[in-house]
Design a protein. Structure first.
Length: 263
């Protein structure tokens, strides 16, 4: 894989795995309870969502901020060679178990691919490429072998490398890793080069803030107000984080990401 676009969901080539494999509970994000492995009642026979254009209005906001990083089509078309769980019910249990494994591996691939594009981390590019090739090879293993993958172990090793890459790219920015910034007033803040890895920014006011070279790995941006903010040069910002935030036409975003329809 050489492009972030390769790590985006292609729902037309997936068997609706994100609508079946995970469990979810009735909440502000989901209108109903659903057990793991049970199809969502909105999933149609052709594996498309029957309420896709009105998910938020129908109480399924959680679906709009979910990203499989392309794992859905990988599992559907590569791991299981196009055999869907409806016509081949014997594949269902293993397919649903493998999907989250591949999803997590694809998430690592997404971060590694972005890290390799950071000029400041050039001296790490060989290590990053080796790690990416290793993870990519895992995603192409058999269903049985994928079920045995130590995802946590691979994530821990890759995160060490990603932290090094982000540190080189950030420069001397402030460290707010894991900070509780829920509802924080950060309007017009200069967060250039800041580490916001794992920071809780739920409902934070980030209007017109500058997040150039800020590391946003795992930052919780649910309902964060990023109207007019500069996120164009942020590091490790992913689509689901944008989808969870509140922005507008003035919000600058990375070219590889899409402006959410609800902004």
């Amino acid at each position: 894989m050489s492009d972030l676009r390769d790590l985006s969901a292609d729902c037309a080539n997936c068997f609706g795995l994100c609508c079946v494999a995970p469990a979810f509970s009735a909440s502000a994000d989901f209108a109903i309870d659903k057990k793991a492995g049970r199809p969502c009642p909105n999933l149609e026979e052709d594996f498309r969502c029957g309420i896709h254009t009105r998910l938020r209005r129908s109480g399924f906001k959680g679906c709009t901020v979910y990203d499989c990083f392309g794992a859905g089509q990988k599992v559907s078309q590569v791991t299981f060679a196009g055999r869907d769980w409806r016509r081949h019910p014997e594949t269902a249990a293993l397919m649903f178990a493998v999907f989250p494994v591949v999803r997590d591996l694809h998430e690592l691939l997404r971060y590694l691919t972005e890290a390799m594009a950071l000029p400041a981390a050039r001296r790490l590019h060989a290590e990053l490429a080796d790690a990416r090739d290793s993870i990519e090879a895992l995603t192409r293993e058999s269903p049985q072998k994928l079920g045995e993958v130590d995802v946590a172990g691979h994530r821990a090793r890759v995160n060490v490398l990603l932290r090094r890459a982000a540190g080189l790219a950030r420069g001397a920015g402030e460290d707010h890793s894991g900070a509780d910034l829920i509802g924080a007033r950060l309007r017009d803040a200069d967060l250039t080069g800041a580490s916001l890895r794992g920071a809780r920014l739920i409902g934070a006011d980030l209007r017109a803030a500058d997040l150039t070279r800020a590391d946003l790995t795992g930052a919780d941006l649910r309902d964060a107000d990023v109207r007019g903010a500069d996120l164009a040069g942020a590091i490790f910002l992913i689509q689901s984080q944008l989808d969870a935030a509140r922005g507008d036409a003035r919000t600058r975003i990375p070219p590889a990401l899409a402006r959410p329809a609800h902004w």
